[in-house]
Design a protein around this ligand. Structure first.
Ligand code: URA
Length: 199
């Protein structure tokens, strides 16, 4: 099966089986979207109003800003895969609870296993803290983190959430500067994976 086929199967399964309480109030589930062969996976927090309505992640104002930043490093949305730690919209866009995050966690784990990206980029503290509970986004943003995720060593880059940076000029500059590091980080982790692969 191709990665695209595996993702279709995965999302069909979880859209019926996910036990997240937010299912009762959200319009629909919002699975990850993008290139199944992407080298980078971006992970946000939870769908907002537009995403809830359309069933696609990051298509509102924060998503537009993200697309602009991708362009600034010569990448397109078609190059990446994007998802959220929680697949259902919390009412009034409140923060997702620990239970809601936990009930969507297996879905996220399986998405990552299928795509097997070189780099995972966290958009905001909620997604970072799901993987690294002790880190603070004000200190960890722009810093490459390494860690084992379900048995496999992976590389992670925490960034401020684009929605937080959208209306805050100084955060916006920080996010742009962190984003500009992505091509160089990708090259580095790609080289490392090539060195690790059997001849
Ligand atoms: N913010 C997120 O974290 N995810 C989305 O899909 C949209 C906005």
């Amino acid at each position: 099966m191709t990665k695209a086929e595996q993702l279709v199967q995965l999302n069909t399964k979880w859209l019926t089986e996910c036990t997240c309480e937010l299912r009762k109030v959200a319009t629909q589930g919002v699975p990850g979207f993008g290139n199944p062969d992407a080298r980078i996976v971006f992970i946000g927090e939870a769908p907002g109003a537009k995403e809830d309505k359309e069933g696609r992640p990051f298509i509102g104002a924060a998503g537009k800003f993200l697309s602009e930043m991708l362009e600034s490093i010569n990448m397109k949305r078609e190059d990446i895969y994007i998802t959220n730690i929680v697949k259902y919209r919390p009412p009034e866009n409140r923060d997702p609870s620990a239970d809601e995050i936990a009930s969507c966690a297996k879905w996220l784990e399986e998405e990552i296993n299928i795509i097997d990206p070189l780099l995972i980029v966290f958009l905001g503290r909620h997604s970072m803290n799901h993987f690294f509970p002790a880190e603070k986004i004000s200190e960890a943003h722009g810093v490459l983190l390494n860690g084992k995720y379900f048995g496999k060593l992976r590389h992670f880059l925490p960034l401020y959430h684009p929605a937080a940076a959208l209306y805050n000029g100084s955060l916006r500059e920080v996010l742009k500067a962190d984003f500009a590091r992505i091509p160089q980080i990708l090259k580095m982790v790609e080289k490392e994976r090539l060195c690790d692969s059997p001849i």
